[in-house]
Write a protein that binds this ligand. Structure first.
Ligand SMILES: Cc1ncc(COP(=O)(O)O)c(C=O)c1O
Length: 421
């Protein structure tokens, strides 16, 4: 059954246009009878160079990488990156204790051991704790750039070089950010991006895997398109060792590709507006003993989706948030431990309790694993819990005017003064 006008009208309805507008669109569409659309990314009249392909090429250009592979989610991007790097049974992978659970769950799904590691005052991986948690089994580091902020990439890359580790950047929350003049996701061996609805750029669901390495790209392609195996026109020019294996299907459809293409076009402009808006508030905030802004490992590279601050204590942070609320500025915190937050490791009971999809308990019981399992417990990263407990999070809006900046900063400074004296 061919897709046609009715399907397109259903998509128009997703955008929520009025009945009147939809009737006009329908009338215009009825005046033409084009061939059915080709929603599968490969083949078709454009010979595979449709919306997904165009989004990939534009994404490569935008972030400065030689290969970008579109996939159907950020989780798929991470899985493809891990598969491309050949990480699996017997390997340990460093993951931060503060990230969306997907960054850790894909390690277990790949049958490797996640080593949950502290974050520092950037709320991203703490390189010192990474060093402490290295073992002979460590194979890779997943460096997550949380809430728009680049991680301490110079230190992380130095550790990786010293110990011959793979670095996968999880850029789900920081697309468009940079570090040391390089776009996030192009510093490590592979970058994994999410284009789900809540992200900087979105296509409802979607994602990209970025790499400069032709072999890793080819393996990510193989993993994401299981049935294809080897297609010389799309994959590496020649069959090489390690190219063929059984994968899954994470292909992006042309509908997601069409939206992603426009979002990539808008990305730099959007991030610049977020950065300008955040500066309007951040530059006016008065730090003091016990009240600090989140550290920026590279101020110029902050994608600026959020403004994060630290109070003197969890109770102090709650009181500051309440006082901000009274001044008309709402913020969120991490103190209420009764609210399950999948971004904080102490709620990851699947890992802490080693729950696995099959009963034999792999990877935690895997005979290929020669190491000693980390001591999984809700207390294993106390600094992370301390920092998050004291943190105050405010979403940034690209629409903030100078007046908004002044009003929000006054509310924050006033709230801090009221609570801390
Ligand atoms: C840091 C991080 N990594 C990975 C993901 C997974 O992305 P997706 O929802 O597209 O699968 C998310 C999404 O929330 C995320 O925030």
């Amino acid at each position: 059954m061919k897709a046609g006008r009715e399907e397109l009208m259903e998509i128009v309805d997703v955008w929520g246009y009025s009945e009147e507008a939809q009737a006009k669109i329908r009338a215009i569409l009825e005046s033409e009878d084009p061939p059915p659309p080709h929603l599968f990314r490969y083949y078709g009249p454009l010979e595979g160079k449709g919306k997904v392909w165009q989004a990939e090429r534009l994404f490569e250009e935008t972030i400065g990488t030689t290969h970008a592979l579109a996939v159907n989610s950020g989780t798929s991007a991470l899985m493809s990156a891990v598969a491309a790097a050949g990480i699996g049974p017997g390997d340990e992978v460093i993951v931060p204790g503060y990230t969306f659970f997907a960054s850790a769950s894909i390690v277990v799904a790949s049958r490797a051991i996640p080593v949950i590691t502290e974050v520092n005052d950037s709320l991203n991986l703490d390189p010192e704790d990474v060093r402490r948690r290295l073992t002979p089994q460590t194979r890779a580091i997943i460096a997550v750039h949380m809430k728009g902020m680049p991680a301490d990439m110079a230190e992380i890359m130095a550790i990786a070089a010293e110990h011959d580790l793979i670095v996968i950047e999880d850029v789900a929350q920081a697309c468009g950010g940079s570090y040391g003049g390089k776009m996030l996701g192009t510093i490590g061996d592979l970058g994994a991006f999410s284009f789900d609805f809540y992200k900087v750029a979105q296509s409802g669901e979607g994602g990209f895997v970025a790499t400069d390495d032709v072999f890793l790209n080819m393996r990510a392609q193989s993993w994401h398109d299981t049935a294809a195996c080897w297609r010389p026109d799309r994959y590496a020019a020649e069959r090489s060792e390690g190219e063929l294996f059984c994968g899954e299907n994470y292909r992006m459809s042309e509908m997601q590709g069409a939206v992603a293409l426009v979002q990539v076009r808008k990305l730099s402009g959007y991030v610049s507006r977020l950065q300008a808006a955040k500066r309007k508030v951040r530059d006016r905030i008065e730090e003091r003993d016990g009240f600090a802004l989140r550290r920026r490992p590279d101020p110029a590279g902050d994608a600026s989706t959020a403004l994060v601050m630290f109070g003197p204590s969890p109770e102090g942070a709650m009181a500051i948030m309440a006082a901000m609320g009274e001044r008309g500025v709402g913020a969120g915190g991490r103190f209420d431990q009764t609210v399950r937050d999948w971004h904080v490791y102490n709620f990851w009971e699947h890992i802490l309790e080693q729950k696995t999809v099959t009963e034999e308990g792999c990877p935690f019981t895997c005979p290929y694993y020669q190491g000693t399992l980390p001591e999984y417990s809700p207390e294993m990263c106390p600094n992370t819990l301390d920092l998050l407990g004291r943190s105050i999070h405010l979403g940034v809006s690209e629409d903030w005017t100078d007046e908004d900046g002044e009003r929000i900063a006054d509310a924050i400074n006033g709230a801090v003064a009221e609570v801390m004296g």
